[in-house]
Design a protein around this ligand. Sequence first.
Ligand SMILES: Nc1ccn([C@@H]2O[C@H](COP(=O)(O)O)[C@@H](O)[C@H]2O)c(=O)n1
Ligand SMILES: C[C@@]1(CO)OP(=O)(O)OP(=O)(O)OC[C@H]1O
Length: 158
Amino acid sequence: MRIGLGYDVHAFAPDRKLILGGVDIPHHQGLLGHSDADVLAHAISDALLGAARAGDIGKLFPDTDPKYAGADSLKLLEAVAEHVRSLGFEIVDVDSVIAAQAPKLSPHRDAMRENLAHAMGVSVDAVGVKATTTERLGFEGREEGISAQAVALLTRRC
Ligand SMILES: Nc1ccn([C@@H]2O[C@H](COP(=O)(O)O)[C@@H](O)[C@H]2O)c(=O)n1
Ligand SMILES: C[C@@]1(CO)OP(=O)(O)OP(=O)(O)OC[C@H]1O
């Protein structure tokens, strides 16, 4: 068994979509990034890559490469899952937490879990998504941005 940890942050910006776990969430601002800035998909990607000791998302998809401008991060996650499988691992379980003061994310939890599970080729039961405010503390609490953390458990294919 291997465990991996992922963490990512994106800043809020006007005139951007808020995409989390592949869900387009109605909000007055969205996240800034080279890709669609899906901070949750990025944290999970890094957790998978960490467990496989295969670098990180920026190594696979450099933010200097125009190919990834506006990229759908679920597609990047799908590629990460394929990559860790090609290295001989199976994805056993993933859990995650999003720190966002707003908007309320729990109504979107199941849609996020389904999208993420589909991208990784695992059952929905193997994907946890949680949300927390930071009680108005820090950059998330000031609604300057959103952070996400994830852990992933991989097993070696026999
Ligand atoms: N953006 C968020 C933040 C939180 N939630 C849900 O609210 C619960 C309480 O959050 P606290 O930060 O006050 O502990 C949390 O457990 C989530 O269920 C949310 O949906 N969206
Ligand atoms: C997803 C990538 C793709 O170029 O770009 P960003 O959306 O900027 O996201 P970040 O987590 O800052 O960096 C990782 C990059 O791989």
